[in-house]
Design a protein around this ligand. Structure first.
Ligand SMILES: [Zn+2]
Length: 478
């Protein structure tokens, strides 16, 4: 990894950077859009914003970052992924979830090494930077050996992105196809979360540790109770896959005689620190349970479509005041980590679900991808909008390409017309990770080579079919 010395930064760094020549989308309710605006960054914080000409006059010595007539906005918050799956892109396409899990993801997850996890995290961080994501929530549930969450953290730290790395775990499910190698005792998992937290607790640490019991049929109720006891009062993100498919709905009724949200409520698991992922199969009563406990929601529309899981009732959730952030989900069910794609899919999915083009607007999805995502992980006071005093997690997106131009409405161009590779500059905590398309913290070629090599190695270890064995698939149209 090459770190540009000039751009390296200490907590005392008072370097001033002025981002301008673009439309500033602040995502601050009091003044959302500044035409020909500028943002002054001092060290790791946003120090001023306003009219470009005024700010250029006020801060003549600041290093100029040109947005090239595009937009300047807060970096996206990707509220859910599994970065290790970056090595599995394309291996699980076009099959039901149980076969996706049994035949591909589970065998691979049970053979992961530290090198696989670090290489995948670096590749995922590269995707994040290239598509304007500054914060990633990684749900790391596969622990066939020790040290794998540490490897994910190392990859993200080398890239310099902000992250919540939620140390996940699985306590049961062998009867339903979970490999023995992935089963852990809840005490072991929570002790590892505590160890990781002690390593990444500093105020300047861009990586925070979270805790992630995997999903209903992989977790027993005692583990849910233990997680709640562990998390309460600890200022830690708790995240969990809730009601993703009809299988979880059936499992909850068969095993507990209750809807899943009620099972969680009985275990005392619901709370404002819980980031519930998917929520595809929730009904009105379930939503009220989430509202009553101020549970946060992570919406993963591309993954839900890819796996045929269903359409999460996001419009109803938002109307009831729930905080909903957006996410890619893991690259084995997406298959990339491009949040600009997620924005467009979110708007389109809910328009078609409601047969109403007003059901989800471009402005609304932009809120979900930024400030609401920040709120979903308890960081809305620090990131998610461009306001003086907040952390300088900022991106610029050029819109002068044939897909996005001509630009009448920058928000429309960003959400509906951009193809996802227009991001030019990315700052996290004021530090440039990419400037004018040039990466500052990662050697792209080296990251891609390392991920490809790790992916080949993992596929062989997991006995996954090579590309030479690929069959033509027409299922639904046979
Ligand atoms: Zn997931």
């Amino acid at each position: 990894m090459s770190v540009d010395r000039e751009e390296s930064q200490t907590p005392m760094d008072e370097t001033e950077r002025l981002l301008g020549n673009g439309t500033v989308l602040t995502m601050d309710r009091s003044r959302p859009i500044l035409h020909d605006g500028a943002v002054l960054v001092r060290g790791s914080r946003i120090a001023d914003l306003g009219d470009r000409a005024e700010l250029q006059h006020r801060y003549p010595a600041a290093r100029w970052i040109d947005a090239a007539g595009g937009v300047i906005l807060p970096g996206f918050v990707n509220t859910h992924t599994h970065l290790f799956q970056g090595l599995l892109k394309g291996l699980g396409d076009d099959r039901p979830l149980y076969r996706w899990l049994r035949d591909m993801t589970a065998p691979a997850a049970s053979r992961l090494t530290e090198e696989h996890c670090e290489a995948a995290a670096l590749n995922g961080a590269l995707e994040a930077i290239r598509s304007g994501t500054t914060t990633v929530v990684d749900f790391m549930y596969a622990h066939p050996r020790e040290g794998l969450t540490d490897a994910v953290v190392r990859g993200l730290q080398a890239a310099g992105v902000r992250a919540v790395v939620a140390r996940g775990f699985i306590t049961r499910g062998v009867d339903l196809g979970v490999p023995e190698a992935l089963i852990e005792e809840v005490e072991t998992a929570l002790a590892d979360v505590a160890r990781l937290r002690s390593l990444h607790a500093g105020p300047a640490d861009l990586v925070r540790i979270g805790v992630a019991p995997c999903l209903l049929w992989m977790i027993d109720q005692d583990a849910l109770r233990a997680t709640r006891e562990f998390a309460t009062g600890q200022d830690i993100v708790v995240t969990y896959h809730l009601a993703e498919t009809s299988f979880e709905v059936e499992y909850a009724r068969r095993t507990y005689g209750l809807p899943e949200a009620q099972v969680l409520e009985q275990a005392g698991f619901l709370g404002p620190d819980l980031l519930a992922v998917h929520c595809t199969k929730l009904d009105g009563d379930d939503i009220e349970r989430l509202v009553a406990r101020d549970v946060k929601v992570s919406h993963n529309p591309v993954s839900n479509m890819y796996l045929g899981a269903g359409i999460a009732p996001i419009v109803a959730m938002v109307r009831r005041g729930l905080t909903v952030g957006l996410a890619t989900d893991g690259p084995a069910s997406n298959n990339n980590q491009n949040m600009l794609h997620v924005l467009k899919y979110t708007a389109l999915l809910h328009k078609v679900a409601h047969e109403d083009p007003t059901a989800m607007t471009a402005d609304r999805v932009l809120e979900m991808a930024t400030i609401d995502g920040a709120r979903a992980i308890g960081m809305a006071d620090e990131i998610g909008s461009i306001e003086v005093g907040k952390r300088a997690d900022l991106v610029t997106v050029a819109l002068d390409n044939p897909f996005a131009a001509p630009v009448h409405d920058p928000i429309s161009s960003l959400v509906y017309a951009a193809v996802g590779n227009e991001v030019r500059t990315v700052l996290v905590d004021g530090r440039p990770l990419m400037q004018d398309g040039r990466l500052a913290t990662l050697d792209e070629e080296r990251v891609l080579e390392r991920a490809s090599s790790a992916a080949r190695d993992l596929a062989v270890l997991a006995g996954l079919p090579s590309r030479l064995e690929r069959q033509w698939r027409r299922y639904g149209t046979e």
